[in-house]
Design a binder for this molecule. Sequence first.
Ligand code: AMP
Ligand code: MG
Length: 323
Amino acid sequence: MTNVSIKTEEVSKTFFALGTINNIRIPGSRNEKAADLAACRVAEIDDRMSAFKPESDIGRLSGNAGRHSQKLHDDTFRLLQKAVRFSHICGGAFDITIRPLVELWGINKKGSFIPSDAEIREALELVDYQSIQLDEESMSAYLEKPGQCVDLGGIAKGYAADEVRRILIENGVTSALINLGGNVAAVGNRPDGNPWKVGIQNPLAPTGQYLGVLSVTNRTVVTSGCNERFFIKDGVRYHHILDPRTGKPAQSRLLSVTAVCENSADADALTTAMFVLGPEKSLPLLYKADAEAIFIFNNLAVAVTKGLSNDFSLCRQGRAVIL
Ligand code: AMP
Ligand code: MG
């Protein structure tokens, strides 16, 4: 699906890639070329990094698990390297070898299916980022265990958002808002000189109902939440962010967590890990990544880190707790 609208003073390009609907908005401009180039780059990233395409880098890498290593494109190799480095930093809460578990649970694909403990244990044996071998010289990767599969779903949209931002800036864009399936990145300010406003979704309400609004300039806003793909059975919410320690959907008292920082790939990996770890264990990660965060708890209470206290406002009465 591609839909380009050019008003006198705005380019807005909507397209499907990375399993989601994406939009690039360049107000005050007719720079359609920049939006086209950026959208092509997202499609290229999808072709290289999709776990669903057997011919993608990731498809081939997983297909050859336990057999031989796979030569990768530069960008796939670098993103794998970043993902593995981050897994070390967060103690494995973020783990791109999560795919066998993702397939087992099949959230949004298998109805309200809950796997048995034995099935979970079996899939968990394959979830181990430490068995990804990366060889910088040959730009190749190898998965040690037969059956292992990589899933960049927790980081690829962020990487793509960084690439879109880079391409827009290189093509002369000074003001834009990029939204890759809810993974937002801002270029500059709005054309009127004011910061971009990004709504923070109420995870228990229909899309577009916000709990708060964040002002951003030149930063990325990335959210991981239990409201994207889930089912509820016997009062329990089963969602798509899995805890590599238990093999089950993460239970960390959070409905969602949003990271705000410079680099969108960092923010993407960070939010997935923070959703698994919960707020207390997330604070050192935020500090290390020079990132700020918004935590929304199970009871819809909101806490934000100090650096956002001037940029975030709640839509309802009351105040967010400052961490
Ligand atoms: P996000 O919405 O960025 O938090 O990413 C969630 C997606 O990343 C899921 O749909 C899975 O494909 C994958 N995923 C789920 N759990 C993890 C995890 N613990 N570490 C890395 N990726 C994960
Ligand atoms: Mg993520």
